[in-house]
Design a protein around this ligand. Structure first.
Ligand code: SAM
Length: 286
């Protein structure tokens, strides 16, 4: 597989920031923010890959103290331009490091953003760093698609759409099954030319996430098939997974040393296709 040249944590956001809110118009923000506010439970919340603030700003507007981490300055510039965006604290950097101060009652990473950590090592590191920033009763919420490798033919996937008379949108993906990595390009073709938006993700099955959690001293508390808390089944195309700090009596868990020495710190069913819209052109909800 050809790697994206000079791809970094900021590449996706820097390239798509100007059109992100136009392409992704989520319809169920309120429901998701309801869930996030419930888990924040009056405490501090941290969004990994906060982007343009689609969820963080309405959450903050409800009185939740929201902090964000983001690699792309271009995305944060968009957030800052929105109502309430100027005051929202955002740490610029790689969210695998979770380089922020203090503990949170909720850390969340949604719309497949966790998968934008493109190696297993980074993903494991992220889990461990999140665990060290959770309050005792805090949770880590991960929302992502359930992988479906059947969509690849010869490790390639192409999807076209015609949003209007004068443009074509193409989503092109190349799949590396060994590393569970997908490189993708959104192409927007108009009479003015071609705009290209690159991205890369490493997909993970829920079971692998649960192992990462265990390595970090976390355990699965709940998993739903969607934000309406539908049961998670073999038919679920996506999941919302809630992790909590494992009890000290759980001999299977390895709590990070940082934690061991502290008093703990601790709608409708969304289909796979609905959720992968987060990574391709669509005017529908991701
Ligand atoms: C799909 S967007 C989601 C934005 C927002 N969470 C939402 O749901 O609207 C992913 C965001 O994560 C950011 N991102 C990707 N990898 C990152 C990393 N390693 N560290 C920090 N931010 C990252 C991107 O720049 C982008 O803003």
């Amino acid at each position: 597989m050809n790697a994206v040249k000079e791809y970094s944590a900021a590449t996706y956001g820097d390239r798509i920031a100007g059109v992100y809110d136009e392409f992704y118009r989520p319809a169920n923000v309120t429901k998701r923010v309801d869930v996030l506010a419930e888990f924040a439970a009056g405490g501090r919340a941290l969004e990994l890959g906060i982007g343009t603030g689609t969820y963080a700003l309405p959450l903050a507007a409800r009185g939740v103290a929201v902090h964000g981490i983001e690699a792309s300055k271009a995305m944060v510039d968009r957030l800052r331009a929105k109502e309430g965006g100027a005051a929202l604290p955002v740490t610029m950097g790689d969210f695998a490091d979770v380089a922020v101060e203090g503990a949170f009652s909720l850390v969340y990473v949604i719309n497949n953003t966790f998968l934008m950590l493109t190696s297993q090592e980074e993903q494991v590191r992220c889990f461990k760093n999140v665990a060290s920033h959770l309050q005792e009763s805090g949770v880590f919420l991960v929302h992502a698609f359930v992988p479906d490798v059947s969509r690849y033919d010869d490790n390639q996937h192409l999807r076209a759409s015609l949003p209007d008379l004068d443009s074509v949108r193409l989503d092109v993906s190349v799949h590396d099954a060994v590393n569970q990595v997908v490189d993708f390009r959104h192409l927007h073709l108009t009479e003015d030319g071609i705009r290209m938006y690159p991205g890369r993700l490493r997909y993970v099955w829920p079971a692998e996430l649960d192992l990462m959690a265990r390595l970090a001293g976390l355990r699965l508390r709940e998993r739903w098939g969607d934000w309406q808390r539908a049961p998670f089944t073999s038919q679920s195309g996506s999941h919302v997974s809630i992790y909590e700090l494992a009890s000290s009596g759980d001999k299977c868990s390895e709590r990070p040393s940082q934690l061991a020495s502290s008093p703990i710190v601790f709608g409708n069913t969304e289909s796979y296709n609905d959720l992968v819209k987060s990574f391709r052109f669509s005017s529908a909800s991701p």
